[in-house]
Ligand binder design. Structure first.
Ligand code: HEC
Ligand code: HEC
Ligand code: HEC
Ligand code: HEC
Ligand code: HEC
Length: 250
């Protein structure tokens, strides 16, 4: 009986201390004065822009992944006062700001390294650094990344700089459309196969990483290579799909 009591007491102490550790930790991580202040509904009337940006971020892939204002803007998210929280170079018009147009690839690239190392090899990046006018990550993805990369958005973005009028490689539109189409179709096949053909999960993992590699290397905007890679992916994915489909009919 005594034994039972001490086990019970021991368990109680352990549970209680775990509970405390948990509380302290969640508190330490949940201090984000940027979000706490910016979410205030009063900005809807007082400062519409501030409210709109918060609203776009809320529920975005980044919000869900725990990426917040400070990750793209800098500043100190432990300070409650605006003046202390905001970095000196907050405005996107300030050439040293993290979101100054020319600095955007570096800001996003901190986390999206695999994309970044490809992007810096592109003509787009070269033009950006030379003239300040090449497209950056946010030109195609949006700054708060609510509209990720649906084919239609991307194509309408490309057309504003690549068209018959300005003769700046208008042929890339067609090629881009085909590449993105292949990637989309491949993804559809892969989804079906992963549900119906568990046996081949090893092959699927390989195809998934090929897909990932193409999504990253696409950012070099060197389409000769990307065309070849996307064709290879689609034909391999199709072959596996047909095998799976036959297997299912049996
Ligand atoms: C106590 C409230 C408060 C806190 C804390 C706060 N902000 Fe702000 N923020 C504002 C207000 C109000 C504005 C509108 C412009 C102004 O009054 O300076 C603003 C404007 C901004 C802007 C737009 C700047 C521009 O030039 O248009 C950005 C970006 C921003 N805040 C990011 C942040 C980040 C990042 C943090 C945390 C590190 C943060 N804010 C913390 C209240 C706050
Ligand atoms: C993934 C990166 C990213 C995150 C996260 C992010 N922003 Fe931004 N934000 C940008 C970029 C890039 C710009 C500049 C381009 C633009 O205006 O679209 C910007 C611009 C702004 C502006 C307009 C500034 C101006 O003067 O034009 C405001 C306001 C703003 N952000 C507020 C916020 C707030 C508040 C949060 C957090 C709730 C936040 N942002 C989170 C990338 C981000
Ligand atoms: C602090 C790290 C961080 C920063 C800075 C950041 N991101 Fe992200 N981003 C993430 C994480 C984490 C995810 C969700 C997981 C994933 O898809 O990689 C994500 C997701 C995305 C996605 C969706 C990917 C998908 O497969 O659906 C896009 C597009 C994206 N980010 C673009 C940007 C752009 C553009 C910027 C700069 C304006 C930026 N990110 C800045 C960490 C970051
Ligand atoms: C000219 C347009 C364009 C620019 C500039 C651009 N992207 Fe993309 N990005 C795309 C398209 C289109 C896709 C979709 C490819 C696919 O189907 O996976 C994509 C895909 C992505 C993905 C998802 C990849 C995955 O894992 O599925 C991320 C993350 C991303 N881009 C981040 C960035 C970052 C960070 C930058 C800047 C360094 C950037 N992009 C610049 C058009 C662009
Ligand atoms: C803000 C303008 C702008 C946007 C938006 C843009 N581009 Fe470009 N792109 C350029 C410039 C400028 C060049 C460099 C042209 C040169 O040096 O001859 C270029 C070069 C290219 C090249 C290399 C062409 C070659 O054969 O050398 C490809 C491929 C390309 N872009 C694809 C795209 C695609 C696909 C999109 C949309 C997802 C896109 N671009 C969006 C401005 C843009």
């Amino acid at each position: 009986m005594k034994n039972f009591k001490s086990i019970f007491l021991g368990l109680f102490v352990i549970t209680f201390s775990l509970f405390f550790v948990l509380i302290i930790n969640t508190n330490a991580f949940s201090v984000d004065t940027c979000v706490d202040c910016h979410k205030d509904k009063k900005f809807r009337v007082q400062d519409k822009k501030v409210f709109d940006y918060f609203n776009k971020w809320k529920g975005s892939v980044h919000d869900i992944a725990g990426v917040t204002c400070v990750d793209c803007h800098g500043g100190d998210p432990s300070k409650a006062k605006k003046e202390q929280a905001h970095p000196k170079n907050l405005s996107p018009a300030d050439a040293s700001s993290m979101v100054y147009y020319k600095n955007i690839p570096e800001t996003c690239g901190k986390c999206h390294e695999a994309v970044y190392v490809n992007f810096v090899k592109s003509d787009h990046y070269k033009v950006l650094k030379e003239t300040g006018r090449g497209p950056v990550c946010t030109t195609c993805h949006g700054s708060l990344v609510t509209n990720v990369y649906y084919t239609s958005i991307v194509l309408s973005t490309c057309i504003s700089c690549h068209n018959q009028q300005n003769q700046n490689h208008p042929e890339v539109i067609n090629t881009a459309e085909q590449i993105l189409h292949r990637l989309n179709v491949s993804q559809g096949y892969m989804k079906w196969t992963s549900i119906h053909y568990k046996k081949k999960s090893g092959e699927l993992i390989k195809l998934n990483s090929l897909y990932q590699k193409i999504a990253n290397s696409w950012h070099q905007f060197n389409f000769a290579t990307t065309e070849k890679d996307s064709n290879k992916l689609l034909s391999e994915v199709k072959a596996l799909f047909h095998e799976a489909y036959k297997g299912k009919k049996k």
